[in-house]
Design a protein around this ligand. Structure first.
Ligand SMILES: [Zn+2]
Length: 62
């Protein structure tokens, strides 16, 4: 399943594929728009979701 973020600056939708969520979003704070190349803050709920995906994929070690 892919996720969509909309650019705060130009409104361009950006599809986020699952492996990008899992590998990148849980540690990243912003993502660059592919249209206007400005940084967008990654919403907290997406970061939390990404962290859950990462934990499920690699196993919990807490
Ligand atoms: Zn943009």
């Amino acid at each position: 399943m892919d996720y969509i973020m909309f650019c705060d600056h130009c409104g361009m939708p950006k599809p986020i594929v699952e492996h990008i969520m899992r590998e990148y979003f849980w540690i990243a704070h912003q993502v660059y728009c592919s249209n206007c190349e400005k940084p967008n803050q990654i919403p907290k709920y997406l970061q939390e979701l990404a962290l859950e995906m990462h934990k499920q994929h690699y196993g919990k070690n807490e």
